[in-house]
Design a protein around this ligand. Structure first.
Ligand SMILES: C[S@@+](CC[C@H](N)C(=O)[O-])C[C@H]1O[C@@H](n2cnc3c(N)ncnc32)[C@H](O)[C@@H]1O
Length: 364
């Protein structure tokens, strides 16, 4: 049968074959784009362009970065790739300028707080993260009973978020935590501006896995009458800033979640397996009142959408990132629905899609 169907495949034409080879080069060598991005961040190219007024020529940049003049042609080639891949913009006069993406890589850039994403770039392109991805085929072949460790755990014997990371490499652990903060803190301002309906009329909210309270403080700043709890592990809560705006509670969400009208899970569930998500959501349900009394869970996470064009590819890359680095996954609407039903919820609504993410309300 296989032989028969293979006979039906027409031999590619010469033009298709040379195009296929070029496409293969593109796929195999595309890893050099994140390496070029890492290099740009390490050299401080976006920050230098920003300091030079938002646009700079190659000679200006080489001077500003104090690079040897012997490297001018090589820097030119790096800038050309960064511009071709949309990381920078360039014009015919040979000027390179920032685009919104590279604006996020300027040191100290502020959008509703520190928005620089340089730690994220440096983390996901670091040796430990690359090694986890290189070991993927071995991981697939290895038949380990559940819970299946991630390729990262398999290769390094350490898991993200756990104390084993500091033992593996304290520098990597520090960078990962900075990267997580940069990744997580961005976006709450946009959500507050674009989705105010979800907070209107709320009296209390528990930010489950709320980290250092940045998100909860932004909510209280916008809605001072909302009483906000922040639940996280004691090692996180012990270091959180005490400012009187929010109520910090150390605990384990798998055991209990502080009661409130609403529980929020922002960028949490994608780190967990379906089974864990069902357990977490079941705890959320115990913590909130009925739908009639305004009870709901707010989830901010990726909703994979195959009709979203380029965003779909980004969402799938984020899913691969979850698979390689954690035991979690990204979910499409059907996956989310199945989890909500299994956790005992009656209904949900995708309130808004913002970039790659969605804002979902889930009702008891
Ligand atoms: C990705 S961060 C959450 C980001 C945060 N919600 C935000 O948007 O800024 C994951 C957090 O979950 C916390 N966490 C992990 N396991 C937990 C548990 N069992 N109970 C409570 N918090 C937990 C971690 O300490 C970490 O702060």
């Amino acid at each position: 049968m296989a032989a028969e169907s293979s006979q039906t495949m027409t031999t590619p034409t010469d033009a298709e074959l040379v195009q296929a080879q070029a496409d293969l080069w593109h796929h195999c060598l595309s890893y050099l784009t994140p390496m070029a991005l890492r290099c740009a961040v390490q050299l401080g190219i976006p920050t230098a362009i920003h300091r030079l007024g938002g646009a700079a020529s190659l000679p200006d940049l080489v001077t500003a970065l104090s690079l040897p003049t012997s490297k001018v042609p090589f820097v030119g080639r790096l800038l050309r790739l960064l511009a071709a891949t949309g990381i920078l913009a360039s014009n015919e006069a040979g000027m390179y300028s920032l685009v919104p993406l590279s604006y996020l890589l300027v040191d100290g850039v502020r959008i509703d707080g520190d928005a620089s994403q340089t730690a994220f770039v440096l983390t996901v392109t670091s040796r430990h993260f690359m090694e986890a991805a290189i070991g993927l085929a071995d991981w697939f072949k290895n038949d380990i009973p559940p819970p299946v460790p991630s390729p990262f755990e398999d290769v390094h014997g350490a898991a993200l978020f756990e104390e084993s990371m500091a033992a593996l490499d304290p520098e990597c652990d520090k960078l990962f935590n900075e990267s997580l903060a940069a990744h997580d803190h961005m976006g709450i301002g946009t959500i507050l501006r674009e989705c105010h309906g979800i907070f209107n009329g709320l009296q209390s909210l528990t930010d489950c896995c709320g980290g250092d309270g940045t998100t909860a403080r932004a909510i209280v700043k916008a809605y001072p009458h909302i009483k906000c709890n922040v639940l996280d592990l004691s090692r996180v809560i012990d270091k959180a800033p005490r400012d009187g705006f929010v109520n910090y509670i150390a605990g384990d969400m798998f055991h209990s979640i502080p009661p409130a009208q609403v529980v929020m899970l922002k960028l949490v569930l994608h780190f967990w397996s379906d089974e864990d998500c069902i357990n977490i959501l079941a705890q959320c349900k115990k913590a909130i009142p009925t739908r009639e009394a305004g009870g709901k869970v707010i989830i901010i996470d990726i909703v994979v959408d195959s009709s979203s064009g380029k965003m779909f590819e980004t969402q799938l890359l984020m899913d691969m990132a979850m698979m390689v680095y954690t035991r979690g996954r990204q979910r499409d609407e059907q996956d989310w629905n199945a989890i909500f039903v299994k956790a005992g919820f009656s209904d949900y609504k995708i309130v808004k899609k913002l970039g790659a993410r969605g804002v979902i309300e889930v009702y008891p």
